[in-house]
Design a protein around this ligand. Sequence first.
Ligand code: PLP
Length: 193
Amino acid sequence: MPALTLSLPPQIYLALLALGVKHGDKVITNGFTFTALPSTIIHAGASPVLVQANENFTMNVEDLKLKIAANPDCKVMILSHFRGKLSDCDAIRDICDEHGILMVEDCAHGMGCTWNGEQAGKVGDIAVFSCQSDKVVNAGEGGFLATNNAEWASQCVYWSGACASRQPRLPGLYSTIFQRNSLTALMRRRGAL
Ligand SMILES: Cc1ncc(COP(=O)(O)O)c(C=O)c1O
């Protein structure tokens, strides 16, 4: 179920909130990726824990193990597929499962990329996609978020709107124009337009 948002930082923000990230928490992410990832972690009130990159920009699994060992209270990570290079998704998912870490998958550069035959977006608990103008499928601006968890999905859909109808946990992002852009891009991706 997709939640449509302005651009990637709000998607990551919503995903972190849905996964229960609170002020003072730590969130692990790639040390080599777009600056908006650590910035958004900070805007969510948490601290980024940065993992070193391999020479091809992917996440270094050995350094990930070291960072988790040094930060055992870390319960969420963002795995970013920077420049279309997919990290060792199986190893990273196994490590996350072993330590009870939930994963947001940043597919801004990963749309259409595969890992062992699986499309990027399937390894994370929540996957975020950008439709900004220099991405593979674009709508000028916008993006969407996908998850198989119905509760997280409905929270993110609600928060990406006006948050007017129920007791809000945060002010709604209300990105309606960009939602329409994102929907156009999503339908193009699915071959509906
Ligand atoms: C890896 C990565 N993630 C996320 C983003 C942000 O996407 P958006 O432009 O939709 O904010 C970018 C931007 O280029 C990016 O490079």
